[in-house]
Design a protein around this ligand. Structure first.
Ligand SMILES: C[S@@+](CC[C@H](N)C(=O)[O-])C[C@H]1O[C@@H](n2cnc3c(N)ncnc32)[C@H](O)[C@@H]1O
Length: 311
């Protein structure tokens, strides 16, 4: 069995420049899109706290900060940012991405889930973790969600990105075959149908927060390894279904308040021409985001962002 934490830390420590380049090469690739979605949500939250006259010391914790793009945008908006990453090279990259004038409002340090212990209860207004939970073990995810609940302030919001397991139904590729091999395909297909109905009825969030509705779609098996879809050489980047995630949140005293699709695929990934279709997909995703309501695109997107509040 591989050591997931070591594999992840080594990979990100040695590939900082590649990660940084993802924000430059594609106008609207997955990484840029998720940061932009959460930056907009942070902006709304900060504006709201200003209009409620609660603006002093808006605190944003970005966990798994990578090369610091979101931390830097948030610091520019006036947040007091705490950014944490397991890989020392990512910590250095984040420090260099923060403008000098905001450096006093920003703390960046190397750490993992166990270091969240050091942060005070109810002290965080916005908690983000994008492209992160796939690298945690299932046990670490439980500890992580416990801390999210503990750290969020009363009206705080968490923004957590996840790879989308439901997408395996649509892709009809190796990921789909794995679901069949481990015996989870039928349940996944049933969840996909239920989610599609909830989206059409405009009851998605309410249904996902309803224990009886999500009950048929719990207790998943997870494959030990998954095919690599990008340059990331980490063996098990876990995908979660929406009902699975929602039940994990509920068990920790958290609840969903919104979901955004990230990286909608208008066709099966295997049919895409890597060189010519990437720009087109970027444009389609940009239009979907600008339209505002992205829930209809969730089953056909390779990841999603959950907006979470305290019960
Ligand atoms: C895919 S990158 C995402 C970076 C950034 N959040 C973004 O959206 O572009 C994942 C980051 O999470 C960090 N990471 C992975 N496992 C971690 C852990 N257990 N504790 C803290 N950081 C972790 C990695 O070092 C890496 O920088």
């Amino acid at each position: 069995m591989f050591d997931k934490k070591k594999e992840t830390k080594d990979y990100f420590n040695n590939n900082t420049e590649f990660w940084s380049s993802l924000f430059k090469d594609s106008i609207y690739g997955t990484t840029t899109q998720r940061v932009r979605i959460v930056a907009n949500k942070l902006r709304n939250q900060i504006d709201q706290s200003k209009s409620d006259k609660l603006e002093q010391n808006f605190k944003h914790l970005d966990f798994g900060c990578g090369t610091g793009e979101l931390a830097s945008i948030s610091a520019n908006m006036g947040s007091n940012v705490v950014a944490i990453d397991i890989a020392p090279a990512m910590v250095d990259a984040t420090i260099s991405s923060i403008k000098q004038e905001f450096i006093n409002n920003t703390k960046v340090f190397q750490g993992d889930v166990s270091d969240l212990d050091k942060i005070e209860d109810s002290s965080v207004d916005a908690f983000s973790a994008l492209g992160l939970i796939e690298y945690l073990t299932l046990d670490e995810l439980e500890t992580f969600l416990h801390h999210v609940q503990r750290l969020l302030s009363k009206n705080g919001r968490a923004y957590i990105g996840s790879r989308n397991r439901l997408f395996n139904i649509f892709t009809e590729n190796e990921f789909t075959d794995i679901e069949k091999i481990i015996g989870e395909y039928d349940k996944l297909f049933e969840e996909y149908l239920a989610i599609s109905i909830w989206i059409n009825e405009n009851t998605l969030i309410q249904s996902l927060n309803d224990k009886t509705k999500i009950k048929p779609f719990l207790n998943w098996k997870y494959p030990d390894t998954l095919p690599k879809t990008s340059a990331v050489s980490v063996s098990q980047r876990i995908q979660y279904s929406l009902c699975d995630m929602s039940s994990r949140l509920m068990n920790k005293g958290l609840k969903l308040s919104d979901i955004n699709a990230v990286r909608f695929h208008p066709t099966k990934p295997s049919l895409l021409q890597k060189t010519s279709d990437v720009d087109l997909i970027d444009k389609i995703n940009m239009i979907i985001d600008e339209h505002g309501i992205t829930k209809w695109a969730i089953p056909h997107s390779s990841s999603y962002i959950l907006e979470i509040s305290k019960e």
